[in-house]
Design a protein around this ligand. Structure first.
Ligand code: ADP
Length: 191
């Protein structure tokens, strides 16, 4: 199996690059943000539980997020591999993911971290807010999301650095240039 984590702050381009990686490597895409939005749209009990937190730009508690993620992995028994997008967002989530994969004799093969300055992120999301209709793209909510990233999520980087799995990639530039760089890292892991 090929299991990738695509890591980066809100607006780093994870969604765009995951689409391309999925196609190239035939992976199952697990985006916790997309999963939560689907629950909210379908008004499931989980969706009702998390909608306020997400709209305000807060992280959803680890226990809820981890349970949802494990359920999603279990739904795809035949997968060649997974691309995790927007997960893990805390060190506790990273540990839970490693433990869960280990019970199946699997592991994270590589972590691709998109590096984008805070200034560029704010610009990109302001633009996206005009079309996304996402309540959490509004300026004050975005500020909260970026804060959550720099206070909690950033600590996931040293966690993966220690195990030698972390690859940082410049997330500013042409989409295809960034994709070429990501692919060459993945090819290095697969080879
Ligand atoms: P972004 O576009 O900012 O990268 P996502 O679409 O990945 O955001 O997620 C949107 C929101 O869903 C987050 O701000 C957070 O509230 C919630 N969320 C998504 N993934 C996680 C996670 N792994 N842990 C906690 N909350 C999460």
């Amino acid at each position: 199996m090929l299991n990738l984590v695509l890591f980066g702050p809100p607006g780093a381009g994870k969604g765009t690059q995951s689409e391309k990686l999925i196609e190239k490597y035939q992976l199952v895409h697990i985006s916790t943000g997309d999963l939560f939005r689907a629950h909210i749209k379908n008004q499931t009990p989980l969706g009702e539980q998390v909608s306020q937190l997400i709209a305000e730009g807060n992280l959803v508690p680890d226990s809820i997020t981890i349970a949802m993620l494990e359920e999603e992995i279990n739904k795809n028994p035949g997968a060649k591999g997974f691309i995790f997008d927007g997960f893990p967002r805390t060190v506790a989530q990273a540990e839970a993911l490693d433990n869960f994969l280990a019970t199946r004799g699997e592991q994270i093969n590589t972590v691709l971290a998109l590096d984008v300055s805070e200034e560029e992120l704010t610009k990109r999301i302001a633009k996206r807010a005009e079309i996304s209709g996402r309540a959490d793209d509004a300026a004050d909510k975005l500020k909260k999301r970026i804060e959550e990233y720099f206070s909690k999520t950033i600590h996931v980087l040293p966690y993966y650095e220690k195990s030698g799995k972390l690859h940082k990639v410049n997330g500013i530039g042409a989409i295809d240039t960034i994709f070429t760089e990501l692919s060459s890292i993945v090819d290095g892991v697969v080879a």
